[in-house]
Design a protein around this ligand. Sequence first.
Ligand code: UDP
Length: 477
Amino acid sequence: MDPKNTQLRIFFFPFMAQGHTIPAIDMAKLFASRGADVAIITTPLNAPLIAKSINKFDRPGRKIELLIIDFPSVAVGLPDGCESLDLARSPEMFQSFFRATTLLEPQIDQILDHHRPHCLVADTFFPWTTDLAAKYGIPRVVFHGTCFFALCAAASLIANRPYKKVSSDLEPFVIPGLPDEIKLTRSQVPGFLKEEVETDFIKLYWASKEVESRCYGFLINSFYELEPAYADYYRNVLGRRAWHIGPLSLYSNVEEDNVQRGSSSSISEDQCLKWLDSKNPDSVLYVSFGSLASLTNSQLLEIAKGLEGTGQNFIWVVKKAKGDQEEWLPEGFEKRVEGKGLIIRGWAPQVLILDHRSIGGFVTHCGWNSALEGVTAGVPMVTWPNSAEQFYNEKLITDVLQIGVGVGALYWGRAGKDEIKSEAIEKAVNRVMVGEEAEEMRSRAKALGIQARKAIVEGGSSSSDLNAFFKDLRSQI
Ligand code: UDP
């Protein structure tokens, strides 16, 4: 059969954490809507959540299949059902969780042998899938879940180790070789780059770097106009074959999917929209730290004081259940901010909120999905990174794109050192919400939001790169 007419069969194998699964579901929908036959490989606990967000998508000629594998939580000493990274609540559980993923190989082997897809899109944290897929002649494509900028910054730090040449943790250094002069401090460099000890996670991280040159290529959740110099650098200087196909959040913008992204929302769509509709354009601050970060009670108290001090409207997402003892809230807080501030305890419909016209600013931990969702919504940001590659993402937002200001986070992994005081929070929030500087950032952010939407329609940069990806895959058949 002519490869041009063969229906592409593409399997996705996302890492079991919301920040990885959510964009993988969006990709699966995108590929299926372009006519590919798509399956997502996942575990029993994650399957119902994924099913919920793909059910509405199913219609004749457009189906996403779920293939279920067991997750060996008990084999590594985790409680039964601990199948998502947010449930691994201690450093030991975190390491065991990554160890468990390395035991999945025989099940993936069986799936590939049985189904023989044309391509396996597997998360960066499954480095062993590269050689496994190669055994069956299947191209393995990597999904990192981050942007070109962060990948370039990490590559430079790994190659040059500039943080070894400074005399203190807080002395700034320039990340060598990047298109812009980007400064970091050693305290902001990810711990896993600096550590000498080999934890399960660190082993996996270096294994994922080691296999990169043997992978078929990289799918990137970004769009060219957002970071052209870094997209070019990644391809031309680092020599990686990559296709940018984002912002992926725009593809789930159908029917109820923005409410059902990830976990079930703790607030109804009606209640949320009613609240937002009652506010003026650009007058509400949205505050969220993603799906994994957990903040101490004393840090939450500082945030509460800071928010109240700004006098701005806000929606604040806190990963806490409603309880009698809310030591993280100042006495009488909710009463005082009634009508002005809404606390969502649990899971928020983030994209639905960010895209509402009354949202005027976003306090974010700079997880890439959140950062890009903020860009797509056209809102200026207060950046408050904590872990993973979030400190690089902060620099993209504040220094390169100039659509945000840092709250002053200095320590990767926080390590109990980085409590940000209410005054600093208040100051950063006011800078993105009111005044000339805020208006300038907002207009740059809105312009990027418009470009993001253009990128995914026919003829746009992401749409064209997706076509190129399909064409490249077909040339492999
Ligand atoms: N998210 C959400 N509601 C929440 C928290 C997070 O919808 O209450 C979504 C958010 O929109 C994003 C993802 O979960 O798509 C989090 O990914 P990100 O990369 O921002 O951060 P991570 O959780 O991986 O640290």
